[in-house]
Design a protein around this ligand. Structure first.
Ligand SMILES: [Zn+2]
Length: 125
């Protein structure tokens, strides 16, 4: 049986000058932003170039998960964060309360499970 190579589908987080950023791609023709590497822009078929998004974005939606998941501290909260002129990314946020809609959140790195982490601006961990 052939082995199947597993690829982590989560967006990549990089640290630059003490800030955490999402490494993604942007179309050189139409400016379309995406977090997964693709050979051509899904909108216009233009060429893609590496681009960085964040560290701060606007909360587009948020919820708290109370279901127990093996290896996952619970409850935990998730939020969709929309980066300016960039993609929307699902992040884990601390605490058991969803982030308010349209509040701002900043990337803080990765959780111990490798999930993208962010916190509401002005909130202490
Ligand atoms: Zn394009």
């Amino acid at each position: 049986m052939a082995e199947i190579a597993l690829v982590d589908p989560r967006p990549k987080v990089v640290e630059q000058d003490g800030q955490h950023l999402i490494q993604g791609w942007r179309c050189a023709e139409c400016n379309y932003a995406i977090t997964q590497e693709v050979p051509r822009c899904p909108e216009c078929r233009g060429g893609m170039k590496v681009s960085y998004f964040g560290p701060t974005g606007t909360v587009h939606g948020s919820t708290t998960i109370r279901v127990r998941v093996p290896g996952q501290q619970h409850p935990y909260s998730l939020a969709y964060v929309l980066f300016p002129d960039g993609p929307r990314v699902l992040v884990h946020t601390p605490g058991d309360t969803p982030l308010p809609l349209r509040s701002t959140a900043t990337l803080t790195g990765l959780t111990e499970n490798g999930e993208i982490a962010a916190q509401r601006d002005g909130e202490r961990v």
